[in-house]
Design a binder for this molecule. Structure first.
Ligand code: NAD
Length: 377
């Protein structure tokens, strides 16, 4: 337990709460990392192999993401030990019991993450009310259905193109991962004039330099098929999308897909990080060295959490889209401007911006290390 304090720093975590109810097999951890900007938002991750350390790192990532997005929320995360595919009544009991036991932790707002979904959030609402990512029937804005993150990525791309020497009209796009994020990003970008030349899902990939039909691909996925079953184009091995020559490459699937072993294979001019940590830090450095612009994940893919925060305020879907557009365009511009002006990588510019926002919020708090008030050091 002592070792975990090594992960603590001046930002947090504010609280680490272990929840244990052996009679029903409930074992969970909540980390509230930093609440200077407001109650923390972060998902409940359910898996058999979660850990307190993972939870602390994920909570910190949410502190930075929420601060960068300019939300009145800090970062938190919960992990729930268990197989997310367990029988539904058992899962419901665990989620309800977790919500009940955290009833009084008002610094944490529940949200979905890997292994939990909007139905789980409806159970949380029924227990304690403090939750986002709800089904539409109980006041939710279904962010994956409406493509909140993909919509955000299209605006991030639009602004990033001001720092590139080509424009969206005719730009060749490759998308790795054709799920909630990838398919909507493809749809918004092609509506702006881009051409989708390759797409991959977990079962394969498809390539057509003259352009793929996004609607047809989306229908295939809705029918439970793979993009590789598209009629026309040339099927590729799943991971060969890394080699497809293009102007914009969008990872929207798994972590670490671009790493030091394969980053040299990318033949693109702009990488917009749709997934979480899809490019390792070493690979980002290599992109920078090769003059390939990238927009870091927690700046580019914040559309989902902005939508969730708007839902919490009771905003409409239209207002959520307006907020995503405004915040992501502004943040992308700030990060890329700072990177250019100070000759630093976009990742550093993004982290510096997020940390400055958290520290400023912390300076207003009573027990703040950053406060300049006499007596507070
Ligand atoms: P999803 O499950 O809806 O879609 C994932 C897609 O990736 C699927 O098409 C799957 O077949 C494909 N895939 C899986 N492994 C692959 C591989 N090795 N190569 C190619 N394709 C692969 O998930 P999602 O909600 O679209 O999320 C995608 C990523 O974006 C995740 O990293 C997620 O954490 C991140 N993210 C999602 C949101 C959101 O709003 N949903 C917001 C921020 C970040």
């Amino acid at each position: 337990m002592e070792d975990l304090f090594l992960l603590a720093d001046e930002l947090g975590p504010a609280k680490v709460i272990h929840v244990h109810e052996p009679s029903i097999g409930l074992k969970a951890v909540l980390v509230v990392d930093n609440v200077a900007k407001g109650p923390s938002i972060g998902g409940v991750r359910m898996a058999v192999d979660v850990s307190t350390e993972e939870c602390m790192r994920l909570a910190r990532a949410m502190t930075l993401k929420n601060a960068a997005a300019g939300l009145p929320h800090g970062g938190g995360k919960a992990v729930l030990y268990g197989d997310p595919k367990m029988p539904k009544p058992d899962k419901e009991q665990l989620i309800r019991a977790l919500a009940s036991s955290l009833r009084n932790v008002e610094e944490y707002i529940f949200a979905p993450d890997m292994g939990t979904d909007e139905e789980c959030m409806a159970w949380v609402k029924d227990e304690i009310g403090r939750v986002v990512g709800l089904p539409r029937e109980v006041g939710g804005i279904p962010l994956d259905e409406i493509g909140a993150t993909g919509f955000g990525l299209s605006h991030v791309t639009d602004v990033a193109l001001e720092y590139c020497d080509f424009d969206i009209d005719g730009a060749r796009v490759v998308i790795q991962g054709f799920g909630a994020v990838g398919k909507h990003a493809a749809s918004f970008l092609t509506k702006q004039g881009a051409v989708l030349v390759a797409a991959a899902d977990s079962r394969g990939a498809i390539h057509d330099p003259t352009g793929l039909d996004v609607h047809a691909l989306t229908e295939l996925k809705a029918a439970g098929k793979s993009v590789a079953q598209y009629s026309g184009g040339e099927p590729l091995d799943r991971d060969s999308v890394i080699d497809v020559e293009c102007d914009i490459w969008i990872p929207a699937a798994r972590p670490d897909v671009i790493n030091k072993e394969n980053v040299d294979r990318l033949q693109t001019r702009l990488v917009v990080e749709g997934a979480n940590i899809p490019v390792t830090l070493e690979a980002e450095e290599e992109l920078q060295r090769r003059g390939i612009l990238y927009v870091p994940d927690f700046i580019a893919n914040a559309g989902g959490v902005i939508c969730a925060a708007m839902e919490y305020q009771g905003a409409s879907r239209a207002a959520a889209f307006d907020a995503i557009e405004e915040k992501l365009r502004q943040n992308t511009r700030t990060v890329l401007e700072q990177a250019q002006y100070n000759d630093i990588p976009p990742r550093k510019a993004a982290v510096d911006m997020a940390l400055a926002r958290v520290r400023k919020a912390m300076s207003f708090r009573r027990w703040s290390l950053f406060s300049s008030a006499p007596g507070f050091v």
